[in-house]
Design a protein around this ligand. Structure first.
Ligand code: HEC
Length: 155
């Protein structure tokens, strides 16, 4: 039986006019899905805080604290299983992880830890009011970009 997903893949490939070898709709390995999922969770939670920081949503101490705590929680996940060799963007379609990651693992880990430290700083003050939360959000955003600038391919 053909699953809807399979049919969708065929449609996508057909729409692009590419042949059977196209990897457009290939299933990504579970570690890649997992790491992309973790980044989606990070983006969702930082989005909640950024909306408050920009005045697009009313500051809410409870929600801000929850989002900051979620960021801290993600930062404590051991990354060992998310980055197997051969899952860079040269080997696989559907990932933006640059091969440089695997040549510089200590630096990547350092950048991940810097994100964790910034998230902890944010969590410590996220419930203390809009201004302290805004001030502590900047370094978290900076920690995202510091890694993306070097290790994530642009779209
Ligand atoms: C230590 C490095 C590092 C840090 C820190 C980091 N990222 Fe990323 N991020 C990456 C890499 C590498 C990818 C590409 C992953 C892939 O496509 O396999 C990525 C991908 C993403 C994606 C796309 C996920 C998808 O579905 O393809 C989002 C969104 C994202 N990051 C958000 C964030 C946010 C928000 C932060 C900070 C709160 C952050 N990242 C911090 C390295 C990092």
């Amino acid at each position: 039986m053909k699953s809807p997903r399979f049919l969708l893949s065929i449609a996508a490939v057909a729409a692009l006019g590419v042949g059977a070898t196209a990897v457009v709709a290939q299933d990504l390995p579970p570690p890649v899905q997992a790491r992309q999922g973790q980044f989606q969770i990070m983006a969702l939670n930082i989005g909640v805080l950024a909306n408050m920081a920009r005045g697009n949503a009313e500051y809410d101490a409870t929600a801000a604290t929850a989002a900051a705590n979620n960021l801290v929680a993600i930062s404590t996940l051991d990354q060992s299983f998310h980055w197997p060799e051969g899952t860079d963007n040269v080997s696989l379609v559907g990932t933006r992880a640059l091969p440089e990651i695997w040549d510089n693992l200590p630096d990547v880990i350092e950048k991940w830890q810097a994100f964790g430290a910034a998230a902890e700083g944010l969590a410590a003050v996220a419930g203390d009011g809009l201004a302290p939360m805004q001030a502590a959000l900047g370094p978290v955003g900076g920690s995202c970009s510091a890694c993306h600038d070097v290790y994530r391919a642009s779209e």
